[in-house]
Design a protein around this ligand. Structure first.
Ligand code: LMR
Length: 334
C-alpha cells in the first residue's frame, strides 16, 4: 500500500472516531399531552437543562401530543427501549402490573397540592417508584398536573347528574369504581381519542385537570364543567432502567440534577397553568363553569370516599393507610 493511501485511511479512522465520540446520547421522551401543559412544558425544560448540564452530550427529543406513541403503546415502547423516557399519568400503571399507583386515583384522598407532596416527596412516594424496578423501569420523579373536574353536556351539581352517563376514564380500576359509584358507565380510552369521542357522542363526558381539557379543546364539545376537584392527576417520570444504568456515571449525575431542577419547575408551574387555562375556558364562552357549594361538594365526597375501602384489596390496605398517615385524611370523618 502506498504511504499516501495509508495516511488517508488513518486520517479517516481518526476523523470518524472523533465524530463518533461527539455523537450525542439521544433520549426520546414521548408523551400524550399538548406542549403548553404542565407536563409538556416540564419535558421541554428538562430537555434544555439536560443540554446545558451535559454540555451537549445528551440530546433530549420531546415528542408531544401522542405523535410518537399513544398511552398503552408508549409503556411497551419504553420497556422495549424504543423510547428512553416517559411521564405517564399515575393512573396508567395498573396495566403494567403495578396496581399500587392507583392509590393516587382514590377520590378526595388529597385535599390540595400540599397533602399530595407529603406523599410524592416522602417515603411512600419512593417506595412506590421502587416497585417499577422489576419491570425494567426506573422512576425518577413525580411531576404535578392538577385536580380533576367533571364535564358533560348537561349541568352537574349532584352525584345523580352523572347517572347513566358514559364517562371516559384512564386505564385505572379505581377510576372505573369511582364512576360506578356515581352510577355512570366508565369507558377506558386513550387520551388522544377523547376529543373525538366527546364530539361524536361515543362518550358523554369525562374528567380532567383543566389544562388537559383546555389544550385538547374538549371545552368546545362539553357544555358544562363543574369544579369538583375530586381526584388528582399527576405523573411519574420514568426511564428504561437498562439505558439509564448504562449511561456514563458523570452524565447520569448531570441528568439527575436536570431532573431535580425540572421537577421543581414542574411542580411550581402546574397550578398556575391550570388556573390560567380555567380563565381561558371561562372566556371562551363555550362551557358553563360551575363551582359547587360546600354542601354539594360534601354530597360528592359521601358517594365517592367509600371507593377507598372497596379498592383496598387491589391497592393494598397498608399503602392506603400510609397515605392517610402522611396527609391526615380520615375517611370516617365525613
Ligand atoms: C389522560 O389520559 O387523561 C391523561 O393521563 C393525559 C395526561 O398525560 O395528562
Amino acid at each position: 500500500m502506498k504511504m499516501s493511501s495509508l495516511l488517508f485511511g488513518l486520517m479517516t479512522c481518526v476523523l470518524s472516531a472523533t465524530a463518533f465520540a461527539q455523537q450525542p446520547i439521544v433520549i426520546k421522551f414521548s408523551h400524550v399531552v399538548a406542549k403548553d401543559t404542565p407536563k409538556g412544558l416540564a419535558a421541554e425544560y428538562f430537555a434544555k437543562k439536560a443540554d446545558e448540564l451535559t454540555k451537549g452530550k445528551v440530546k433530549v427529543e420531546v415528542y408531544a401530543n401522542s405523535t410518537l406513541y399513544k398511552d398503552k403503546e408508549e409503556m411497551e415502547a419504553l420497556q422495549l427501549g424504543a423510547v428512553q423516557m416517559l411521564a405517564p399519568s399515575l393512573a396508567k400503571f395498573g396495566p403494567l402490573g403495578v396496581k399500587e399507583f392507583e392509590v393516587f386515583d382514590l377520590p378526595y384522598i388529597f385535599d390540595d397540592y400540599n397533602d399530595l407532596h407529603k406523599v410524592t416527596q416522602g417515603p411512600v412516594g419512593q417506595q412506590l417508584l421502587s416497585k417499577l424496578e422489576p419491570k425494567g423501569i426506573r422512576g425518577l420523579a413525580y411531576w404535578d398536573n392538577g385536580f380533576k373536574s367533571f364535564s358533560l353536556n348537561s349541568p352537574i351539581k349532584a352525584p345523580a347528574d352523572l347517572k347513566g352517563k358514559k364517562m371516559r376514564i384512564q386505564s385505572s380500576k379505581v377510576l372505573e369504581e369511582q364512576m360506578r359509584a356515581l352510577g355512570a358507565l366508565p369507558q377506558v380510552m386513550a387520551f388522544s381519542e377523547v376529543y373525538q369521542a366527546l364530539q361524536t357522542g361515543v362518550v358523554d363526558g369525562t374528567e380532567n385537570p383543566i389544562s388537559n381539557l383546555y389544550t385538547q379543546k374538549m371545552h368546545e364539545v362539553q357544555k358544562h364543567l363543574t369544579i369538583t376537584d375530586h381526584g388528582y392527576l399527576g405523573y411519574a417520570v420514568i426511564v428504561n432502567k437498562k439505558f439509564w444504568d448504562g449511561l456514563p456515571a458523570d452524565v447520569r449525575g448531570q441528568l439527575e440534577t436536570a431532573m431535580k431542577e425540572s421537577t421543581a419547575y414542574a411542580n411550581k408551574m402546574a397550578k398556575e397553568q391550570n388556573d390560567k387555562d380555567l380563565e381561558s375556558v371561562k372566556k371562551s364562552g363555550k362551557t358553563t363553569v360551575y363551582v359547587p357549594t360546600k354542601e354539594e361538594r360534601m354530597a360528592f365526597k359521601k358517594v365517592l370516599v367509600p371507593v377507598h375501602q372497596k379498592m383496598e384489596s387491589r391497592i393494598g390496605k397498608e399503602i392506603i393507610q400510609n397515605v392517610y398517615k402522611e396527609t391526615g385524611f380520615d375517611p370516617n370523618s365525613l
